[in-house]
Design a protein around this ligand. Structure first.
Ligand code: UVW
Length: 329
């Protein structure tokens, strides 16, 4: 088990603070330049599209942790309103909403439905913004942690990264296949940097500067089968932060709940890779990405690279965002 001293040494080694200037809030997304975007687009050869987002609904993966719930989807206008208002409710008895809606429905054939959703931005397929995790009172690039207030993140919010798209080359590392597991990786054996290298080698793909690396653990397939969102997930060992740094990747995503393995590997810490990636490197994490169909296709044609298009929502000051990433081959 590593100590906090080891952790601090790695934190210093992987730090990108100041690398792109003192006011930078993009972090490793800076590795994605125009040439990279064009290279990624050239990977589209067959027009095959893989939507990597999961359903945002009441049977999602949340609930095990009480601070996060599944989305609550509510209809605010529906067909019932139209027929009820027009047929049964005398104009004089309608409340203000009813009176306004009936103005749309009476004496004309136009009808509409509206809805709203209440949910944690972390409920399902998501990006963690750089302001999501911090330690010792500082965010990425030294911004003060108290710049995230009840009004939202003044620094390193998800709205700051939208200028990048986010679109680049994606690479799938299929650890389920690499380990020869049937559907998912059993928890208890974190994925090491050496394994990431070995998987890339076996798949015949190179990790390049500015890539988004997508790691398949099979957790999402397991969740669909067993329905337990709290089931511990196999994930990346905390030392993979150095691997991500050395390869100059733009971001990392996985099909599990927190990318890294919940076995900390550093005594006295929880989620050390989150701290290193988000706070020290400025590297965003994607969680709950459904990599199953993409993995099947990559295994079939032996091509593990693709154009990835994964723009977050521009939620002002948010520390994360839902996303429906699209891989195109
Ligand atoms: C935390 O780090 C608390 O959550 P997540 O796994 O969503 O990044």
């Amino acid at each position: 088990m590593a100590t906090l001293t080891d952790f601090r040494r790695v934190a210093r080694d992987v730090s990108n603070w100041g690398r792109w200037g003192g006011s930078d809030e993009l972090g490793t997304l800076n590795f994605i330049d125009a040439a990279k975007v064009a290279q990624a687009a050239s990977l589209v050869r067959h027009g095959k599209v893989f939507a990597l987002g999961v359903d945002f609904g009441s049977s999602g993966p949340q609930g095990a942790f009480m601070f996060r719930q599944n989305p609550v989807h509510v209809m605010t206008v529906d067909g019932g309103d139209a027929s009820t208002l027009v047929r049964y409710s005398p104009q004089s008895e309608r409340n203000a909403v009813g009176r306004q809606l009936s103005g749309f429905f009476e004496d004309n054939p136009f009808r509409f439905n509206d809805d709203m959703i209440i949910m944690p931005l972390q409920a399902a397929t998501q990006w963690d913004a750089l302001s999501h995790v911090y330690y010792e009172d500082q965010l990425y690039n030294g911004f003060p942690a108290d710049s995230v207030t009840s009004l939202g993140a003044y620094h390193c919010g998800i709205d700051k990264v939208d200028v990048k798209g986010i679109t680049t080359r994606g690479v799938l590392l299929d650890l389920v296949r690499h380990r020869g597991a049937e559907t998912f990786l059993e928890h208890g054996d974190p994925i090491t940097p050496a394994e990431l290298d070995a998987a890339a080698r076996t798949q015949g793909v190179r990790i390049e500067r500015g890539d988004v690396v997508c790691v398949r653990t099979g957790w999402w397939a397991r969740f669909l089968e067993a329905g337990d969102g709290g089931e511990p997930a196999a994930g990346l060992d905390w030392r993979c932060a150095s691997w991500l740094h050395d390869h100059e990747v733009a971001a990392v995503a996985a099909d599990n709940l927190m990318v890294e393995d919940p076995i900390s590997g550093v005594e006295g810490t929880f989620l050390p890779m989150h701290m290193l990636c988000l706070r020290d490197m400025g590297l965003m994490l994607g969680e709950y990405w459904d990599l199953e169909a993409l993995a099947a296709d990559c295994a079939a044609d032996g091509v593990y690279e693709f154009q990835l298009v994964a723009p977050p929502l521009r939620v002002t000051g948010a520390v994360g965002s839902p996303v429906n990433p699209i891989a195109i081959k």
